[in-house]
Design a protein around this ligand. Structure first.
Ligand SMILES: CC(C)(COP(=O)(O)OP(=O)(O)OC[C@H]1O[C@@H](n2cnc3c(N)ncnc32)[C@H](O)[C@@H]1OP(=O)(O)O)[C@@H](O)C(=O)NCCC(=O)NCCS
Length: 212
């Protein structure tokens, strides 16, 4: 088995949406069926300006593969193996898009920043140029080998925005893979213990300057 990282064009994400959502549901350990609730939102995100997605796919027989495309290699590498990856099983997916006024997530974060006492100039400085890392998921059996980091690096390579922001569920002592990854990549606290409208879970908003 070998893992390759690929960019997913909008049409590819649409074609492979069910598979990508399965990675998400398995990674988050959500009940089966959650895919159906999220599909419309993921499809709507694809149409946002500047949307970008990357995936990790698994190849049983990588004969003829270019090793520079393997996860962990230079994330800027666009080299692809001689094998067809279009139907290689997906084991990881990540996507995001530039934040913009009018997006629900941005409105929620602005509210949180205002409540935390951030001055308006500081809020507009961050909000004027950031990439939202919206989703990042690795199949449980493929976690813990650096794939999550490789996907983040590939997704953020060459972005023009000044910052990257994300939200992640709060967890006791930051003791999970997502938190370890974000801290290792230099993400710092923007807001802690934030409740998005309609979600009973507490979230942290984390961010860092780009480039990574
Ligand atoms: C969070 C998530 C995306 C991270 O992806 P991942 O591939 O498991 O994690 P990483 O890329 O950080 O892998 C690094 C881990 O692999 C280990 N590792 C082994 N070989 C490695 C290599 N060659 N390079 C880097 N790390 C390697 C590291 O020691 C590290 O271990 P640690 O997590 O115990 O600190 C993934 O675990 C996941 O999908 N979790 C569930 C869903 C989720 O929480 N998503 C984020 C919601 S905000």
């Amino acid at each position: 088995m070998a893992i390759f990282l690929i960019d997913l064009a909008p049409s590819e994400m649409e074609r492979r949406l069910r598979e990508a959502l399965t990675v998400y549901v398995d990674a988050m350990r959500y009940p089966r069926g959650t895919e159906n609730q999220r599909a419309a939102m993921w499809l709507e995100h694809i149409r946002r300006r500047g949307w970008k997605a990357v995936a990790a796919v698994e190849v049983a027989d990588p004969a003829g593969a270019d090793p520079s495309a393997i996860a962990g290699a230079d994330p800027d590498s666009r080299a692809l193996p001689a094998v067809d990856l279009s139907n290689a099983p997906m084991v990881g997916v990540a996507y995001g898009y530039p934040g913009a006024p009018g997006q629900w997530w941005q409105q929620q974060v602005v509210l949180g920043l205002q409540r935390s006492g951030f001055p308006p100039q500081a809020i507009s400085r961050v909000m004027s140029s950031y990439f939202e890392l919206t989703e990042l998921h690795i199949q449980p059996r493929a976690q813990g080998h650096g794939l999550g980091e490789a996907l983040v690096r590939r997704l953020l390579a060459g972005r023009q925005e000044d910052h990257v922001l994300l939200s992640t569920p709060e967890t006791n002592g930051e003791a999970n893979r997502a938190w370890r990854l974000y801290r290792r990549l230099g993400f710092t606290d923007i807001i802690r213990g934030y409740y998005f409208a309609g979600d009973p879970r507490a979230f942290a908003i984390l961010g860092r300057a780009l480039p990574l």
